[in-house]
Design a protein around this ligand. Structure first.
Ligand SMILES: *[C@@H]1O[C@H](CO)[C@@H](O)[C@H](O)[C@H]1NC(C)=O
Ligand SMILES: *[C@@H]1O[C@H](CO)[C@@H](O)[C@H](O)[C@H]1NC(C)=O
Ligand SMILES: *[C@@H]1O[C@H](CO)[C@@H](O)[C@H](O)[C@H]1NC(C)=O
Ligand SMILES: *[C@@H]1O[C@H](CO)[C@@H](O)[C@H](O)[C@H]1NC(C)=O
Ligand SMILES: *[C@@H]1O[C@H](CO)[C@@H](O)[C@H](O)[C@H]1NC(C)=O
Ligand SMILES: *[C@@H]1O[C@H](CO)[C@@H](O)[C@H](O)[C@H]1NC(C)=O
Ligand SMILES: *[C@@H]1O[C@H](CO)[C@@H](O)[C@H](O)[C@H]1NC(C)=O
Ligand SMILES: *[C@@H]1O[C@H](CO)[C@@H](O)[C@H](O)[C@H]1NC(C)=O
Length: 449
């Protein structure tokens, strides 16, 4: 029994003999992060774990815990409980570990004796299915943050009895289940997370329908941050309708989904609380869809937007990098703008007048566009911006490159000899021949016959 308990202690806390030259635990440079390997845990002596006790983060890296499957249900020895209660550890991380699900209830029972552990992470772990999760007692854990990244597990179903977990899941604030091929969260589980503020389910396989069932009425009632980026969502309006009842949602990331134009759908109203909205890389060509009414930060970068006409008086940050804009969008309806990015579009000139009216603007990124350097005026208006608002153009001058006319292609705007420029066709391709002919014509015309 003592040996199994020792194992569990190490399984959870990765306390291992640092004195050994080959010690499978070591402190990272920060001195607060202890990394252990599971390989020889069975041989570890209980007395040797004290070396890592100053660490606040314990990470267990690599290993197959299948052979410890029998451990579930063991009560910790009082002596171990005493040690656990005095450990400063705040976070446990399991990386590259194969974990039989049957181990989890017992492992969590141990964690419940560590008063300071508030975060639990599983990274690149494989959970082996158990027929039923046996939990004897209701667990009282102080965990507020739970993260699963790149884990492989069977979908949660009836083998998981949520009632014995409810008491601590109800207090969870942050939950991440990313890049784990998840398709949905059962409604009856979602409704348990009554205190959850952040849900990160990015990089999974949520589709429009499975999202609707996961965000059923009553699920995640306190949610503020929702990351749904990199999933298989396709209908903007369906997503909006599904999430419209989340009254406290402030930050929504839908980037890297694909929203083709949907002409049939009726508009929908986003939660009033939504302030930060990420629609980067979602295949948008037009932004004619309903936006959250009180939006402050909007990321529309990496789409195919040709023109844009927004009127959202509260908008403070607008990201439009990597689109197909051919003119600077009108900023009249955006009086609060503080940050604007327009780089990597197809804009030939920056009309500075409108931009200079933005009282609160403090950053403008507009490099790598198709700048037309045929006219002195075009160059001067950008230079004026750069000199009048030195703090604005972060990417000036190195990203401001002429694309035309041919003789100044790839010149920095800053390096074009302005004195040689006028704004007529004289500098465009065969212009000089044309002007020569005009001169000749004039000369011939006025020559005394
Ligand atoms: C460290 O481990 C390797 C193999 O695991 C072994 O060959 C070596 O002798 C060990 N060194 C010490 C100092 O224990
Ligand atoms: C893990 O260990 C069990 C038994 O100890 C074994 O059957 C299984 O193949 C191992 N899995 C991997 C991926 O090594
Ligand atoms: C689990 O325990 C049972 C009996 O207590 C034993 O027969 C079995 O081999 C054990 N399995 C493992 C993986 O240790
Ligand atoms: C994930 O874990 C498996 C074993 O569980 C390992 O073979 C693989 O290299 C790990 N992948 C990454 C990206 O760490
Ligand atoms: C939850 O996540 C937010 C945002 O990343 C972070 O600021 C906060 O500290 C986290 N809370 C906990 C309890 O980990
Ligand atoms: C979901 O998206 C991934 C890549 O983002 C893709 O490989 C997969 O085929 C999609 N699945 C469905 C069902 O559309
Ligand atoms: C939006 O998401 C992309 C990744 O998809 C990220 O690079 C970008 O920083 C996000 N934008 C904001 C404003 O957070
Ligand atoms: C550049 O501007 C000049 C003057 O307005 C115009 O004649 C020319 O066609 C423009 N070049 C390109 C490539 O748009």
């Amino acid at each position: 029994m003592w040996r199994t308990e020792t194992f569990v202690l190490f399984f959870l806390l990765c306390l291992k003999n640092l004195m050994k030259a080959n010690g499978s635990c070591y402190l990272e440079q920060s001195q607060s992060h202890c990394v252990c390997s599971v390989k020889d845990l069975e041989q570890t002596e209980i007395q040797t774990f004290l070396t890592c006790t100053i660490a606040t983060i314990y990470e267990l890296r690599g290993g197959n815990l299948t052979r410890f499957g029998n451990f579930s249900g063991v009560e910790p020895h009082p002596q171990i409980i005493e040690i656990l209660e005095n450990l400063p550890v705040q976070k446990l991380i399991f990386t590259d570990v194969i974990v039989p699900e049957i181990l989890l209830p017992g492992a969590l029972a141990f964690v419940s004796h560590t008063p300071l552990v508030s975060a639990l992470e599983f990274v690149n772990c494989t959970f082996l299915r158990a027929a039923h999760w046996y939990t004897r007692n209701i667990l009282w854990l102080k965990i507020s943050s739970l993260r699963f990244h790149r884990v492989i597990a069977d979908p949660l179903d009836d083998r998981f009895d949520i009632s014995s977990w409810r008491s601590w899941l109800e207090n969870l604030e942050n939950l991440t289940i990313s890049e784990s091929q998840v398709t949905s969260i059962p409604c009856k589980i979602g409704v348990v997370f009554t205190a959850l503020r952040l849900l990160d389910i990015s990089g999974n396989r949520f589709q429009d329908e499975s999202l609707s069932s996961s965000f059923c009425e009553g699920a995640f009632p306190q949610l503020q941050i929702l990351k749904l980026n990199r999933n298989n969502l396709t209908s903007y309006e369906t997503v909006c309708r599904t999430l419209s009842h989340l009254r406290t949602l402030a930050h929504l990331d839908l980037s890297q989904n694909s929203f083709p134009p949907d002409l049939l759908s009726s508009p929908c109203t986003w939660p009033q609380s939504l302030r930060i909205f990420n629609l980067s890389n979602t295949g948008l060509q037009y932004m004619d869809r309903s936006l959250p009414p009180n939006i402050e930060i909007l990321d529309l970068s990496a789409n195919s937007i040709l023109t844009l006409d927004l009127s959202t008086p509260g908008l403070k940050e607008l990201y439009l990098s990597k689109n197909r804009l051919q003119t600077v969008p009108s900023v009249e309806g955006l009086p609060s703008l503080e940050i604007l990015t327009l780089d990597q579009n197809q804009i030939p000139r920056l009309h500075s007048k409108g931009l200079l009216l933005l009282k609160n603007l403090r950053s403008l990124k507009a490099g790598l566009n198709l700048y037309n350097c045929s006219c002195r005026r075009y160059i001067q208006e950008i230079q004026d911006l750069a000199t009048q608002r030195t703090d604005w153009l972060q990417d000036w001058p190195h990203n401001y490159i002429c694309r035309s006319p041919p003789q100044y292609q790839n010149y920095l705007l800053d390096e074009v000899p302005l004195s040689s420029l006028q704004c007529n066709k004289a500098l465009v391709s065969h212009g000089s021949v044309v002007s020569l002919l005009i001169c000749l014509h004039l000369v011939l015309r006025w020559l005394p016959v």
